[in-house]
Design a protein around this ligand. Structure first.
Ligand SMILES: [Zn+2]
Length: 104
């Protein structure tokens, strides 16, 4: 994926995960309020926070990280981090956009 294409990728404002709607918010580090984490999810509020000062690629990987936590809250953080980084690389480098493909 080229740099220009990556820049055009818009962050979703909300996501449906497991039948629930989660708002996605890009927030300053102080608002995310989790030391050493790039994001966090508050299931009670239905909100996913991503730190605003991360590289764009790290924000995308962090969104996948938080999605995996919502899908399965039992997975360890290190496993979720490894899966999200690897999944992000595969999706990005192979330009996978399932919805666009399914619409053809
Ligand atoms: Zn985590």
């Amino acid at each position: 994926m080229k740099k220009e294409e990556l820049k055009q990728m818009k962050f979703p404002k909300q996501l449906k995960i497991g039948g629930h709607i989660y708002k996605v918010k890009i927030e300053k580090e102080s608002n995310v309020a989790v030391s050493s984490a790039c994001g966090k999810t508050e299931r009670e509020k239905g909100e996913i926070y991503i730190k605003s000062d991360l590289m764009e690629t790290e924000q995308m990987a962090t969104l996948l990280h938080e999605i995996l936590h919502v899908i399965n809250g039992e997975l360890s953080d290190s496993l979720v981090e490894a899966l999200s980084q690897q999944l992000f690389q595969v999706l990005k480098d192979n330009d996978l956009q399932f919805r666009a493909r399914l619409k053809q």
